[in-house]
Ligand binder design. Structure first.
Ligand code: NAD
Ligand code: UDP
Ligand code: UDP
Length: 318
């Protein structure tokens, strides 16, 4: 059923999570009607509390592994726990969320003729044998390891997106997100940025897994969401997959030093064992996003960390 107004009706699954709540905010600010669907596994009402009074915002508790019948013009499919602690808590449910969730949201998009975007991940590259990772790289994932429920679930979701595109001519967009951080990150999901900030603010030792020489690239959330919106607005047929992330690459030791300096903490560094299948390095090749979207991250790591530290201070140490 077409909308009776000019406002676009946008469905955001996982909308009460970290990235989803920022996306809902931006979509509302741009004049859309937003339907936020979430089962509150890792997300919470608190993340969207400030949006609940907005008449153009609707929050629905629903699990995307079950069918959903709503009328919308666009779908952003973000529902899925994103950190190892959470996605390994119930690995079968994680795979179901990615795979059944994708099938249901694709079925919905097919029925209503909606454009649909998938929040995929750099984890589809696994422990990469190619560095930095261009979209053409097929990845190096252990199918039976503890991270596979997430990595393989996301890989299968990409397959489903491209098969619905080829078989049913769906208007799809697939984004591969690299590590993103910022306000509303989960405080105890074990991610490196939130762990280090909380440890530094508490004055506890900073836990570095392994020797700390492994690298990651950290994108500030506002930069990422800008990339989402630009990509969603590309013409039909521009499907991706496209990498979005910040190509600045840092070792975990460098990150720890930054966090200690910016929080003016007295925390020391403590080494702990490296988790199984922990990728040694990860950095996006964002040449495609630069060319196609005229996009690149604008917030440097120090500034993004300062904003994130301010959020954690205010929320948990106020
Ligand atoms: P998050 O855990 O904060 O958000 C995920 C949201 O999905 C939560 O609100 C959670 O309650 C919800 N959810 C989980 N299972 C669900 C289900 N079955 N039905 C309905 N809702 C469900 O994580 P995030 O960092 O905001 O990640 C959002 C998306 O982006 C995820 O798909 C994640 O895989 C992807 N991603 C994130 C990053 C990152 O660095 N943050 C990197 C790569 C990919
Ligand atoms: N689906 C949904 N909402 C809709 C339309 C479909 O959740 O508005 C689900 C439906 O339950 C189905 C899945 O999406 O299991 C895939 O739909 P599709 O039409 O591709 O397949 P089929 O219904 O033929 O299995
Ligand atoms: N890490 C760390 N200390 C922590 C949490 C994580 O040294 O307290 C390391 C982890 O082993 C990995 C990197 O930081 O090498 C990024 O971990 P995260 O779980 O944030 O992201 P991912 O591995 O999914 O990229």
């Amino acid at each position: 059923m077409p909308a009776l107004t000019n406002r676009k009706r946008v469905l955001v699954t996982g909308g009460a999570g970290f990235l989803g709540s920022h996306l809902c905010e931006r979509l509302l600010a741009a004049g859309n009607d937003v339907l936020c669907v979430d089962n509150f596994f890792t997300g919470s009402r608190d993340n969207v509390l400030h949006l609940l009074d907005n008449p153009h915002f609707e929050l629905m508790r629903h699990d995307v592994t079950f069918p959903l019948y709503v009328e919308v013009d666009e779908v952003y499919n973000l529902a899925c726990p994103a950190s190892p602690i959470h996605y390994q808590h119930d690995p079968v449910q994680t795979t179901k969320t990615s795979v059944h969730g994708a099938i249901n949201m694709l079925g919905l998009a097919k029925r209503v003729g909606a454009r649909i975007m998938q929040a995929s991940t750099s984890e589809v590259y696994g422990d990469p044998a190619v560095h930095p990772q261009p979209e053409e790289y097929w990845g190096n994932v252990n199918t039976i390891g503890p991270r596979a429920c997430y990595d393989e679930g996301k890989r299968c979701a990409e397959t489903l997106f491209f098969d619905y595109h080829r078989q049913h001519r769906l208007d799809i967009k697939v984004i591969r997100i690299f590590n993103t951080y910022g306000p509303r990150m989960h405080p105890n999901d074990g991610r490196v940025v939130s762990n280090f900030i909380i440890q530094a603010l508490k004055g506890e030792p900073i836990t570095i897994y392994g020797d700390g020489q492994q690298t990651r690239s950290f994108c500030y959330v506002d930069d990422l969401i800008e990339g989402f919106l630009r990509f969603m607005d590309t013409p039909a047929g521009v499907t991706g997959p496209i990498n979005l992330g910040n190509p600045g690459e840092f070792t975990m030791l460098e990150l720890a030093e930054k966090v200690v300096r910016l929080t003016r903490s007295a925390s020391t560094i403590e080494h702990k064992p490296l988790p199984q299948d922990d990728p040694k390095q990860r950095r996006p090749d964002i040449a495609k996003a630069r060319a196609l979207l005229d996009w690149e991250p604008a917030v440097p790591l120090d500034e993004g960390l300062e904003r994130t530290i301010a959020y954690f201070r205010g929320r948990f140490f106020g």
